[in-house]
Design a protein around this ligand. Structure first.
Ligand SMILES: CC(=O)SCCNC(=O)CCNC(=O)[C@H](O)C(C)(C)COP(=O)(O)OP(=O)(O)OC[C@H]1O[C@@H](n2cnc3c(N)ncnc32)[C@H](O)[C@@H]1OP(=O)(O)O
Length: 410
């Protein structure tokens, strides 16, 4: 994903807050467009001794070269992709909504670095466009440092009392624009198949990226859609422009937006609730959301339906995120759907495989009801392992089907 708009000539930099960090600390940085990039880059430049740095979906190019301090993350997202692939990032396998607990269980003192909007008359700051794992950690942190960005828009997000902050660094920079990667004919064919599984008045969970955008576009003739998705991209704009969703009345609930300036404007002017991750995932995970349709992508799916979204034989390249929890939520929902959508091939490799090639099962086969490729839909509901294999071979690329069948016979 290309990211533009990180331009901070007017940033007020203060190094004093670095003195609040002690050896043994875990420094946790907010992510996405809520990343306090100035704070992150200040820590990276100083690389304090014996401190772990936990970073999520980042927009900082400063992370691409090998960092001098130990890096932790929940995946190989954005600029962490190459270092994670080379084994230079300690990946913590955790559900996205579980990160606050998991990070606290490391037993380290926690320093949270967040970005907020300007202070209001009541002495509080809004989180703006992103509410992530750092929000829940505020109550457990020894130190909280805020990058106060006067261009962070006022959204319907939780607000934080200014007194919560141990230090503040003021900046003035536009939110990063996260461009949607171009969609291909394969994405469009997958999206058409996925759209066939989405009823009117469904509640959608999609991620970001080309696949999600193509699916949003393919749903333009649906009516009464709602959205309950931790991350949203410009597909939300597509749905709004086509009139497929309402944005008022809590029909759209998100934790983070990452896309164009128009998307940020929609979230702001539409008063779309930007809520803590647990609030977004929780009702769906408890089966309280009817027609909840979760669509997630993968690197590969084996012939029993096990999903790998994390690793290839060459190394770690993906992540867990909310995948397996959202898929399970799709199963628990009355009229809901649990869908894994992926291209059938990556170059000469089939992504429908006899055995997973990467060393990870991100979602168990019991969480997966539908697998979709450009060649069709494998409906795995109620099927035995052998029946699943047949259904999955039928949506593999035609040139790989014989090999997959031969592998089964062995
Ligand atoms: C709220 C949050 O922050 S959650 C964060 C976001 N969500 C998650 O982390 C959930 C987990 N999901 C993911 O990480 C991603 O959706 C992924 C990794 C599964 C898929 O990401 P995509 O960017 O769509 O992957 P894509 O299909 O382009 O594959 C990436 C590369 O690996 C290659 N590849 C993928 N699968 C295979 C395979 N089975 N064999 C060989 N190569 C492969 C692709 O060809 C591509 O190579 P390229 O970059 O040279 O073109």
């Amino acid at each position: 994903m290309s990211v533009a708009g990180i331009d901070r000539p007017e940033a007020v930099r203060s190094a004093d807050w670095l003195e609040l960090i002690r050896p043994g600390d875990l420094v946790v940085v907010a992510q996405g467009v809520g990343e306090p990039t100035v704070l992150l880059e200040t820590v990276l430049a100083a690389s304090p001794d014996d401190v772990d740095l936990f970073v999520g979906l980042s927009h900082s190019a400063a992370l691409a070269p090998p960092a001098a301090m130990p890096l932790l993350s929940f995946g190989a997202l954005g600029p962490l992709g190459a270092p994670a692939h080379r084994g230079r990032v300690g990946v913590i396998p955790a559900h996205f909504d579980d990160l606050p607990r998991v990070l606290r269980e490391r037993g380290q003192d926690i320093v949270v670095l967040i970005q907020v909007g300007p202070v209001d008359a009541d002495g509080t700051h809004g989180l703006g466009m992103a509410v992530d794992h750092t929000y829940e950690l505020l109550a457990h942190a020894r130190v909280v440092v805020a990058e106060v960005n006067d261009q962070m828009p006022p959204t319907a997000s939780p607000r934080i009392a200014a007194a919560t902050f141990d230090a503040v660094v003021e900046t003035s920079r536009p939110l990063p624009v996260v461009a949607t990667p171009p969609t291909t004919g394969v994405h469009d064919r997958i999206a058409e198949h996925v759209a066939g599984l989405v009823p009117d008045e469904a509640t959608l969970q999609l991620g970001i990226g080309a696949m999600a955008f193509a699916i949003g576009r393919a749903l333009s003739d649906r009516v009464g859609l709602s959205v309950r998705s931790t991350l949203v991209g410009d597909w939300l704009l597509e749905l709004e422009r086509s009139g497929s969703i309402r944005t008022g009345g809590g029909a759209v609930v998100i934790s983070e937006a990452a896309g164009s300036a128009e998307l940020y404007d929609l979230v702001t002017r539409g008063a779309i609730p930007v809520r803590p991750v647990a609030d977004v995932v929780g009702p769906a995970a408890r089966g309280e959301v009817a027609r909840f349709v979760a669509v997630n992508s993968a690197l590969e799916v084996d012939l029993t339906g096990q999903v790998n979204a994390e690793a290839l034989p060459t190394g770690y390249i993906g992540g867990i995120g909310g995948q397996s929890e959202f898929l399970r939520a799709g199963q628990r929902s009355p009229g809901g759907r649990s869908i894994v959508a992926l291209p059938a091939t990556a170059g000469r490799y089939s992504r429908i495989v006899g055995s997973l090639t990467g060393d990870a099962v991100t979602s168990p086969r019991s969480n997966v009801d539908f697998v979709v490729t450009e060649h069709g839909v494998a409906d795995l509901r109620g099927r035995s392992l052998a029946e699943r294999a047949d259904a999955l071979i039928a949506i593999a690329a035609p040139e790989h089907r014989t090999t997959l069948k031969e592998g089964l016979a062995r």
